[in-house]
Every structure is written in structure tokens, then in C-alpha cells.
Design a protein around this ligand. Sequence first.
Ligand code: SF4
Length: 285
Amino acid sequence: MSNFRVLSASQLTTYATCTQQWAYRYAEKAPEESRSGALVLGSAVDVALKTLVHQVRSGEATVGTVKPKELLHEAWGAETSSKPEVPIDWGEKGAPANLRTAEALVEAFARLPDLEQRIARIVSVDLRFELPVLDPRTEQPAPGLGVQGILDFVERDADGKLRALDLKTAGSRAGWSPDDTRWHVQGSVYAWALKELHGDAAAEDVAFHIGFKLKEPVWEDRVVNLPAAARRRVLLSLIAASQSMDRATPFPQKSWACAGCAYSRRCDDWQSTPGVVLRRDPFAA
Ligand code: SF4
């Protein structure tokens, strides 16, 4: 058993939402009972758009010659067949309507009037990082704790600073107001990581490009200013969550998250099954 733990923003968010879901996914690594159709759609759109950006940046295509629908279909096929043993929960609309939404999102992205300028601002795609978590109270690494993530894009902002740019898909604009994003967990981790990697050359804020799955899908920008307090908060949250993972007993916390939970059948019978054995794992994030 390793004494080192590597967390991610999504593991921290899962732990904060439901410790039992965290235990199934990250401590026990239990097989999923189903996959969320919304996540599958989001992943396929994400892959298609990154491929589109890569093709333009590498000169393989131009914004006028890229084939967004083909890119989406390729990504869709790979994503939907990646775990054939796990059923995908497409919800009431079903798979065909979700595919049409994904196509519309990718085509809307390819039609952005300033797409060429947007792509020119991008300096890297899928930038991976793994860093020791610094305790902001001591400025020393927190013992046995790291954080990792993958930045969809790093772009140059209007001042020439490096800024994380993350792609999202969302069912509505709820949750994307300035108040909602003030302490954005993933954004805070990403902004802190870029500061660690690039110092003052990194921006204080993080950008999101969000594809809203409205009747007419649309892409919108949100730039979230994440002050030093937000970065400090997320580091302390990572440390506190890791300490809690070592000491606390997971239990189900019924909430909005249950609707898309990949372990809901097991959770229904939670009280009759043995608890998971918690362990540290360097590849747990
Ligand atoms: S069904 Fe709900 S309470 Fe149970 S593990 Fe999933 S999120 Fe937690």
C-alpha cells in the first residue's frame, strides 16, 4: 500500500457530494452499473473539438475545411463502444436525440465567427499536470498528497498571460452565474496549477467555453476571476478531504447526484453489504 495519494478536482467534488459514491468509485474501484448519457455526450464533443483544434493548429485542415460532423461521429463511436459491458443511460430522449444534440454542438462550434482567432490563442492542448499539494499555511508540501489534472487548453489572454480554458457541455445556464462560479473547484485547481508551472506568466482567472444543450445549441464564454483566496481555499479543501478520507466512514448522502449515480443499485442495499476497505493509491485520481 502506498502512503501517497493523488487527488483530482473531480475526486474532491465527488467526495464533497457523497462520500459513499466516492468510496465506490475511488476507494473500491467498483464497476459502474451504468454510464450517464450526458457524460458520454460531453466526452464525445470534447474529443471531437480537440481534434478539430489540433487539425487546424497542425495545418492538417483549415477552419473552412474541417469536417465537424465526421469528427463527432468518430468520437461518438469510440466513446459509446469503449465500455460495451456497461449500459448507457440516455434518459427519456434516447440515444438518437443525444447524437443530434452532439452534432449540433460541434457544428455550432465550427461556425463560431472568431474560431480562427480563438484557435490562434491556444498554446497547448490536453496539458497534464501532477503536482505536490502545497499547504498555504506553511508554504510546504502537504505530506503524502498530490493533485493531478488535464487542462483541455492553455490559451493566451488579452494581456499575453497563460490561462486555462476548459470545455464544458451543460443542459442549462443554471450554475454558471458569477456567484455560482466564485469558488469553482476545478477552476481553482487549474489556476493554481498554472501558477505553479508558470509563476507570474499565468493569469489569475480561468476561462470556460460552454456548449449549452438548448433547443438551438449555443456556445458561450465565462471567464472566472479566481483570487488567491480561491486557490488557498481549494488547497486546504484537498488537504482536509484527504484527512477525512483516511479517518471517516463513507455513507450515502441522498441528493440531486443520485439521479446520475453509477452505483445506485448497490447503494439501495448499502446497509446490508460490508464497507469498503479504504486505501491510498497513487493512481486513484
Ligand atoms: S445513489 Fe446517491 S447516496 Fe447512493 S452512492 Fe450514489 S450519490 Fe451517494
